[in-house]
Structures are given as structure tokens and as C-alpha cells.
Design a protein around this ligand. Structure first.
Ligand code: GAR
Length: 217
């Protein structure tokens, strides 16, 4: 049974999707803890109401990024996770922290990486005139929103989209690809070769939703 720790900063809808699919599909894994850098993160209540341990490592309580990273790593290590899942965790993590969890830490970002890392992703995609948008699950490296890509989802960017409309369309696909990527990891189905992630069974690592909200086309 693999142990998963999920880090959030707010709403936690991706965390919810992972918790629910883990239970519904009886993965060989359990979510051991949900940790937030903000005590008011809404997602903590969902975790508690599902009997999952929660913890808060408040970044504001530490003088430096290194001190915060060290304290956070200690909180995480107490749960001895096989996998650390960043699910809307909005703090930049330093290289020492990333190295400590190298190869066992995933992130989701609401763009087709390597395009648009960082903040205001959807607005930047609209302003660039992109016709496609999407989300990316990737292994975490010290570079922000960067690393070997596990799964991507693709949705159309429509002419009258504002950032909120686009974010909602992308988020619906995040809730499909993030649980899938985590499941593949805990089932031992992912290999990284020369910086490229392969599913050992040859499953498609692309979810294309180009013909309507929930479609697979
Ligand atoms: C998600 O859209 C996620 O992709 C994004 O934050 C949102 C969190 O929502 N993450 C990033 O931008 C990371 N750079 P959630 O709390 O409801 O899962």
C-alpha cells in the first residue's frame, strides 16, 4: 500500500478528485495526509471530513524560504510518503526541497507546459491568441512549473473566453488527468527515460477534449 501526501494552498478541488478516485477505484494507496501552507485553505475541511490527517506549515512563520522548506519537509516526512502531490500548492520550493523528493513529487499546472509557467496562465494564453489550452501533470524539478511530463489534457480556447471560462474548462480536465497520473505512479507504471515519461503499458498520455466539455475526441 503506497502512501500519498497532498499539498494544497486553497480550494483543493484536485485533491478532492484524487481522494475520491483513490477510494472509488481501490488504488493500492492511501492519502495519508493533506498539508497546507495556509490554515484557511478550504480543502482542509474536505480532508478532515473524509478522515484524512491534516497539517498546516504556515510559510509566514519562517524567516526564509529555506527555513520554510525545511519545516515543510519535516512535516511531510512524518507521514513517510511514497509520493508527494502538489495540488494547487502556490509556494515556490527551493532546490534542496525538490531534490529530497525527486522522482516522487508531482505537480499540476493549468497550461500546456512548457508554455505559460507561473501565474495568470489563462489570461496569458488568451492574450497570446492561443487556439488550444490545457493542463499538464509533471514530475517536479527545481525550475518552476517544469519537469518530465506525465499527462496532458487539451481543450479549445474559444473566441469569447475570458480567464474564468477558460479556467473552468481546463479545471474539468485537471480533475480527470491528475487522479489518472497519481494512479499510474502508485501502480508503478511510469518510467522516466532521458527526461521523458513513458507509461510502461503504452497508455495514451494525452486527454483531448476538443469537441465539447466532457468529450474525448
Ligand atoms: C489548479 O488549476 C492548478 O492547476 C493550479 O491551481 C489550481 C488549484 O485548484 N496550479 C498552479 O497554477 C500551479 N502552478 P484546486 O485548489 O481547486 O485544486
Amino acid at each position: 500500500m503506497k502512501s500519498i501526501v497532498i499539498l494544497i494552498s486553497g480550494r483543493g478541488s484536485n485533491m478532492e478528485a484524487i481522494v475520491q478516485r483513490c477510494a472509488a477505484e481501490a488504488w493500492p494507496a492511501r492519502v495519508a495526509a493533506v498539508i497546507s501552507n495556509r490554515a484557511d485553505a478550504a480543502g482542509l475541511q474536505f480532508a478532515q471530513s473524509h478522515g484524512i490527517e491534516t497539517a498546516v506549515a504556515a510559510h509566514k512563520a519562517y524567516a526564509s524560504r529555506e527555513d520554510f522548506d525545511a519545516a515543510l519537509a519535516e512535516v511531510i516526512d512524518a507521514f513517510a510518503p511514497d509520493l508527494v502531490v502538489l495540488a494547487g500548492f502556490m509556494r515556490i520550493l527551493g532546490p534542496a526541497f525538490v531534490r529530497r523528493f525527486e522522482g516522487r513529487m508531482l505537480n499540476i499546472h493549468p497550461s500546456l507546459l512548457p508554455a505559460f509557467p507561473g501565474l495568470h496562465t489563462h489570461q496569458r494564453a488568451i492574450e497570446a491568441g492561443c487556439k488550444l489550452a490545457g493542463a499538464t501533470v509533471h514530475f517536479v524539478t527545481p525550475e518552476l512549473d517544469h519537469g518530465p511530463i506525465v499527462l496532458q489534457s487539451v481543450v479549445p480556447l474559444l473566441a469569447d473566453d475570458d480567464a474564468a471560462a477558460l479556467a473552468a474548462r481546463v479545471l474539468a480536465t485537471e480533475h480527470r488527468i491528475y487522479p489518472q497520473a497519481v494512479r499510474w505512479f502508485v501502480e508503478g507504471l511510469l518510467r522516466i527515460e532521458r527526461g521523458v515519461v513513458r507509461h510502461v503499458g503504452g497508455e495514451s498520455q494525452l486527454l483531448a477534449c476538443l469537441h465539447g466539455e466532457g468529450g474525448t475526441g
